[in-house]
Design a protein around this ligand. Structure first.
Ligand code: URP
Ligand code: ZN
Ligand code: ZN
Length: 460
């Protein structure tokens, strides 16, 4: 089966030009002007549209047992939503309970995705406990194609590791050449501040921010940077939200630490006033690290434009507003953390980044696709439109005008944090390895066609 995309305004991270794209089976076979259609090829005219490499979300949770409940999407709904929003590859966090072995956790997450995922997927392997047995299993998991780990410096008593475990995880990662992604917040400070706020009667969602102020995150980043500097491991700070944390990462980079930084679409467009909405409405906007003062948004946009911040993810973690967020109605520390956005990341980044003049189209591609592919060893299979790459393409309609709503979304959660927000563009067609998976906002692909992507470290 071949697919010919005519008159494509091809936007890669490193350039932009007009040509036709011929996809043969699962890969891009040729890029040229005036390609004659092979017999039987489907032809799509992309005139007036942009064609981007499939977008990559470097940070999602689809199967997530967390804070006494489970996130709402499964791999079918979550990856359909990703595709409708232009994301053709997801990185999911494997987050085993501390009582579970790494091998059991990896097998469990693989079983969840198998036969259900509609787009390609890969994992960051969560290291929630480290001992000799875990080390041996982690070596096997890396051999099976998972070229990155995830550690939590927060979530005391759940996923969090202690300092000795952190040290040994980083040392193993350095030896194997894999990147360690890390949730950076100082867990002791969080616990103490939570206790203090609850004792003072601050029980509502608005207190969440004050229990995890910027210094708590910056301290977490500084801590990780010290360990990375002394072990020589490559690290990646997930969901960085504020100036103080970015300063800690940049200072480490100046000392020679190999650190990359991810921010999230939520931090770029929402601020902490959303979590201060009256009643319990603010619970929709509780995630960790928390939404910040508005001034941080400019810092993060500047960081993306200047290259200090490499990627924009979602940390998609969907918990229903009606039935799950109320677990913390009388105690904000029990509100399941997360602001779902796997479906809206690209349209929001386009609207508030490119259309608002903050990012060029090429920078948009870099931070939403190419940089993640490079950092996590998927490039040039993913993250670029060139012969030999997987035919994951987003034909983007910049003239589309619409609004975001839970009523029309694909993700399986009962609210949308961006309800009623305008978007100025959306994917018209999305392909997954040569198969059209989305047309005009609707999934039309094959359930279960998503493939587990093996990643081999290239920097060891
Ligand atoms: O609030 C968040 N970020 N929820 C998901 C779990 C995590 O910390 O990544
Ligand atoms: Zn996290
Ligand atoms: Zn996360």
């Amino acid at each position: 089966m071949s697919l010919l995309i005519k008159n494509a305004d091809i936007v890669n991270a490193d350039g932009r030009f007009t040509a036709d794209i011929l996809c043969d089976g699962e890969t891009i076979a040729r890029i040229d002007r005036g390609i004659a259609p092979p017999p039987g090829a489907e032809i799509i005219d992309a005139a007036g549209r942009h064609v981007f490499p499939g977008f990559i979300d470097p940070h999602t949770h689809i199967y997530l047992p967390f804070m006494g409940t489970f996130s709402k999407d499964d791999h079918e709904t979550g990856t359909k939503a990703a595709l409708v929003g232009g994301t053709t590859t997801i990185f999911e966090m494997v987050c085993p309970a501390r009582s579970m072995s790494a091998a059991e956790g990896f097998a469990l997450w693989r079983r969840q995705a198998e036969g259900k995922a509609c787009c390609d997927y890969t994992f960051h392997m969560g290291v929630t406990r480290f001992d000799d047995a875990a080390a041996a299993e982690l070596r096997e998991i890396v051999r099976a194609g998972v070229g990155s780990f995830k550690v939590f410096l927060a979530y005391k008593g759940a996923f969090g590791v202690d300092d000795a475990e952190l040290w040994r995880t980083l040392a193993l990662a350095r030896d194997l050449g894999v990147v360690v992604t890390a949730h950076c917040e100082n867990e002791t400070l969080v616990a103490e501040l939570q206790r203090q706020l609850l004792a003072a009667g601050r029980t509502g969602p608005d207190a969440h921010h004050d229990s995890r102020p910027p210094r708590v995150e910056a301290e977490g980043v500084h801590h990780l940077m010290t360990f990375a500097e002394l072990t020589g491991a490559r690290v990646y700070v997930v969901h960085l939200s504020c100036r103080e944390a970015l300063e800690a990462a940049v200072a480490a980079r100046l000392r020679g630490v190999d650190v990359s930084v991810e921010t999230l679409i939520q931090y770029l467009v929402l601020d902490k006033t959303w979590a201060e909405k009256p009643g319990f409405e603010g619970a929709k906007y509780v995630m960790s690290p928390p939404l910040r003062d508005r001034a941080n948004q400019q810092v993060l946009w500047d960081g993306l434009a200047s290259g200090l911040v490499q990627t924009v993810g979602t940390d998609h973690a969907p918990f229903d507003f009606r039935t799950q967020k109320p677990m913390g109605r009388d105690d904000f520390t029990k509100i399941p953390n997360g602001i779902p956005s796997i479906e809206d990341r690209i349209n929001l980044l386009w609207t508030h980044g490119v259309k608002a003049g903050r990012l060029s189209p090429q920078q948009f591609v870099a931070v939403a696709s190419t940089n993640a592919a490079k950092i996590f060893d998927l490039w040039p299979r993913k993250g670029v439109i060139q012969p030999g790459a997987d035919a994951d393409l987003v034909i983007y309609d910049p003239d589309y005008r619409g609004t975001i709503s839970a009523k029309t979304q694909t993700q399986a959660v009962d609210y949308n944090a961006f309800e009623g927000w305008a978007i100025e563009g959306r994917p018209a067609v999305v392909t997954v390895r040569g198969e059209v998976a989305v047309r005009d906002g609707r999934f039309c692909g094959t359930v279960g066609r998503g493939r587990f992507l093996e990643r081999r470290p290239t920097c060891s």
